[in-house]
Unconditional design. Structure first.
Length: 255
């Protein structure tokens, strides 16, 4: 086969091992934006010195290390859950937090503000710009106090125009839920990478790489929170393959 260059990053499929066998029933292929896939192989050896020569007499192979680093434009929640041994699931309902919902007390009667959501029975915390808490009333509020009814807050006229911040929980529907288990058990996977390459004569090839057995090691960062997204790199460490399988198997077919 002629020399080739990979002109696309490629796509990956993770097949989790179940009872010693990788299965499509527990697999994940939607990885978001794959920016780069970088394989690395290192063979370790131990030299045997020759006391009568400046040259080593031999260098015995003592180990081999192989990794495949996948750089993603962002970390999909399903992938994070998958490699941490958790599952991303949809909850019918869950208490969901709202922190510092900013409101301004109206200048006109009835000095009432409608929150974005209806707080749970735990109620709300209302503070001003100095972080001074307002207290709850059950009837007509005095200065520095409020009345909560459903998702409506009512204030005293002397609090009109004030900027306030409200923290509470509400009952949300169809909530996506995943996380870091108390005792993470990171599974073993078969990693499949497919992509496209081009030969010296501009022949195009579909290429596939199969890592028989691997595990995610090193940093496993959850999705970043912030205004500027940064790439996330997941490193798969190649493990001893099953039976007579190759640790890493490459295939290519002209298209």
């Amino acid at each position: 086969m002629q020399p080739i260059v990979f002109n696309k990053a490629g796509k990956i499929l993770l097949k989790q091992y179940v009872n010693g066998v990788p299965t499509m029933e527990k697999s994940l292929s939607r990885m978001g934006v794959v920016q780069q896939i970088t394989p690395n192989i290192s063979i370790n050896g131990t030299p045997i010195e020759d006391g009568n020569s400046l040259w080593d007499a031999a260098n015995l192979d003592t180990g081999i290390e192989a990794t495949i680093a996948v750089q993603l434009g962002y970390m999909p929640t399903e992938l994070y859950a998958f490699i941490m041994g958790d599952e991303s699931k949809i909850l019918a309902t869950a208490d969901f937090p709202v922190i510092d919902e900013e409101i301004i007390v109206p200048e006109t009667t009835p000095y009432e503000v409608t929150l974005k959501h209806t707080p749970t029975a735990d109620g709300v915390i209302v503070v001003d710009i100095h972080n001074k808490a307002l207290t709850k009333e059950t009837t007509t509020p005095a200065v520095g106090k409020y009345v909560l009814a459903s998702n409506k807050l009512t204030f005293h006229k002397d609090d009109a125009g004030k900027a306030l911040f409200v923290t509470y929980y509400y009952s949300a529907s169809n909530v996506t839920n995943f996380g870091l288990p108390k005792t993470p058990v990171r599974p073993v996977y078969q990693l499949v990478i497919v992509g496209e390459a081009q030969g010296e004569d501009e022949t195009l090839y579909e290429v596939a790489t199969t890592v028989d057995k691997c595990k995610v090691l090193g940093n496993i960062n959850p999705p970043q929170q912030g205004g500027t997204p940064t790439p996330v790199t997941i490193t798969f460490t190649v493990l001893k393959p099953r039976g007579t399988n190759r640790a890493v198997d490459y295939m290519a077919v002209a298209i």
